[in-house]
Write a protein that binds this ligand. Structure first.
Ligand SMILES: *Cc1c(COP(=O)(O)O)cnc(C)c1O
Length: 226
């Protein structure tokens, strides 16, 4: 870390926080950031961090304070679920029943209840993972509380298309927010279905305007990634 890093980090962090209503959770996306960079933000009082890669997350988690709330925001492979379940705070990227079944199995074995979000595909890019609206509806209709006793469904996550076309991004976030409102009454525990994870450094304002209450911000806090 260069001299002055902590000062610059603190200024960017305060600026991001000022842009957020108090009820919005800020997850600092720390993928590809060093343990030292994460600790610098931790020392400013931040506790919610998001990572995309299971191995990287495990390595960092073992070196950093235990009161960090770790969010898994990447594409989760079933083979990695067991490594994350013992400590993960929220899994954002659930994309179907097979992954849910694995989380259930591993969470029950670890004697934990694990919070998850369903990832919804709203972007035009094929590379973004997730369920479409009908798949999400079907998943909720077939949800058996008895078979998923170690999972708490907290809401939805989505990523908009990476584009300068703000109208497109706005429409995508609005579709995501509408689906969130539609599905809430059908959720296994509607009161617990309270989290809409949407918005990154480049589209934060549009996500908040649509009703996001959890934003995942990397670059705007830590600076450009290598
Ligand atoms: C990298 C990433 C972010 C943060 O992106 P920034 O543009 O750096 O804010 C948010 N969400 C997901 C799923 C990501 O992969």
């Amino acid at each position: 870390m260069k001299d002055g890093y902590a000062t610059a980090l603190g200024l960017r962090y305060e600026a991001v926080k000022r842009a957020l209503p108090a009820a919005v959770t800020l997850v600092a996306v720390s993928k590809k950031r060093s343990v030292e960079e994460i600790r610098a933000l931790y020392d400013l009082g931040h506790r919610d961090f998001g990572e995309n890669y299971a191995q990287e997350l495990r390595a960092k988690q073992s070196e950093l304070p235990a009161d960090i709330r770790w969010h898994f925001i990447g594409h989760l492979q079933r083979s990695n679920v067991r490594h994350l379940v013992p400590f993960i705070h929220l899994i954002h990227g659930i994309d179907g029943a097979p992954l849910l079944d694995e989380v259930q199995k591993r969470a029950a074995a670890a004697d934990r209840v694990v919070d998850v979000l369903l990832q919804i595909h709203v972007a035009q890019e094929e590379t973004k993972h997730g369920l479409d609206a009908d798949e999400a509806r079907a998943l909720l209709q077939s949800w058996s509380t008895a078979d998923r006793a170690s999972i708490r469904l907290r809401g939805l996550m989505g990523m908009a298309t990476n584009t300068e076309d703000h109208e497109l991004v706005r429409r995508e976030f609005e579709r995501l927010a509408a689906l969130f409102q539609e599905l809430k009454p059908q959720a296994p525990v509607p009161q617990a279905f309270d989290t809409l994870s949407a918005g990154m450094s480049g589209d934060l304002g549009l996500a908040l305007a649509a009703g996001s209450n959890l934003v995942r911000v990397g670059t705007a806090i830590f600076g450009e990634r290598d």
